[in-house]
Design a binder for this molecule. Structure first.
Ligand SMILES: Cc1cc2nc3c(=O)[nH]c(=O)nc-3n(C[C@H](O)[C@H](O)[C@H](O)COP(=O)(O)O)c2cc1C
Length: 320
């Protein structure tokens, strides 16, 4: 089954995917954190840094758009097609209050008729394949049957379902029976996303939903970059291998940001997930969190690698 890296704003952007792909090739696709095309129809410099095709041309990557205006979606899709992208993803999952208040992301799910009209226009004019990443609804999973009925009217190349509602944010158990329900009721290729942590969980999902087209993993692969390789029966993650990957990531961020300080800040965000790979009683996580400068950050990483045993599978510490 195909395995995708999930889009995570501020986490799985260009530097992450380049370094991850260099050390742990094998992800079938990397989804980009969302871009928000506005009515002025131009990409910001920050957007362009993320999307301009460069050395990662050989990495399979899908850009994602967050908007509820078909005109803006189509403008951005046209630009992306001209850059050589073959697929673009529509974000219908973002639960952030500032996004949903504008009727975007998961907020769009509360306006099914408007969503239908949006998709109608997008699919009549889109210059490249369009996939969708959705939740079950805003407040109640019972909103989903109507939404799926709408999705099924269009040639969505793949529908990724994160089976939570907006009010769940990323907490609580994903409502997995709804994914099975979707498999039973939709003709679209369906990708499952949500709380797959550890190789066993990935294999179980493959076995549970053989009719799914793909699995998408976010936090679980940030925590353990070797996840897909191991889920496919490859060798366990080595300490040196992990260290080389993290050093490369840190240096690559320092280069991209032209600042070691900002690179350390970004790495601290990644360590929020990564610490789950170590036998940590909380002191390692705290040391990283409290590091005030690059020197302290580097010393904490050194300490973790010298003192804490590596776990076979990451623990979802972010749920604790
Ligand atoms: C920090 C963070 C940023 C995220 N950014 C995006 C995003 O830009 N686009 C998107 O569709 N989903 C985004 N998500 C949701 C993830 O893609 C994914 O659906 C979610 O984390 C659940 O999958 P997981 O349990 O495998 O992490 C984000 C999640 C987190 C925690």
């Amino acid at each position: 089954m195909r395995l995708y890296v999930a889009p995570m704003e501020g986490v799985t952007g260009r530097v992450f995917r380049q370094v991850h792909h260099r050390h742990f090739p094998g992800a079938d696709r990397y989804y980009m954190p969302f871009l928000s095309p506005g009515q002025e129809h131009h990409f910001t410099r920050r957007d362009l840094r993320e999307i301009l095709p460069g050395e990662d041309r050989e990495i399979p990557v899908v850009p994602q758009l967050l908007t509820r205006r078909a005109e803006d979606f189509l403008w951005a899709a046209g630009e992306l097609a001209a850059m050589g992208y073959r697929q673009v993803d529509l974000n219908l999952g973002c639960p952030s209050g500032t996004v949903t208040a504008k009727g975007k992301g998961a907020g769009f799910l509360a306006r099914p008729e408007e969503l239908d009209a949006f998709l109608e226009e997008v699919f009549s004019k889109a210059p490249l394949a369009v996939s969708v990443k959705t939740r079950l609804g805003m407040k109640d999973p019972e909103e989903f049957p109507r939404l799926l009925e709408i999705f099924d009217k269009y040639p969505i190349v793949e529908l990724t379902i994160h089976p939570r509602v907006r009010t769940d944010f990323y907490k609580g158990a994903p409502r997995q029976t709804w994914f099975q329900w979707a498999l039973d009721h939709s003709g679209l290729p369906l990708c499952y996303n949500g709380d797959l942590v550890g190789a066993q969980a990935v294999r179980e999902a493959e076995a549970a939903w053989p009719a799914a087209s793909a699995l998408m993993v976010g936090r679980g692969i940030v925590a353990d970059p070797s996840l897909f390789r191991r889920a496919r029966g490859g060798p366990p993650l080595g300490r040196e291998e992990l260290r080389a990957y993290l050093d490369d990531l840190y240096e690559s961020y320092a280069g991209a940001f032209q600042s070691r300080r900002n690179a350390a800040i970004r790495m601290k965000e990644l360590w929020y997930y990564l610490i789950g790979l170590f036998e940590d009683d909380g002191k390692g996580a705290k040391g990283i969190r409290k590091a005030r400068d690059t020197g302290e950050y580097e010393a904490q990483v050194e300490r973790i690698f010298h003192t804490l045993p590596l776990r076979q599978e990451a623990r979802p510490v972010w749920n604790e």
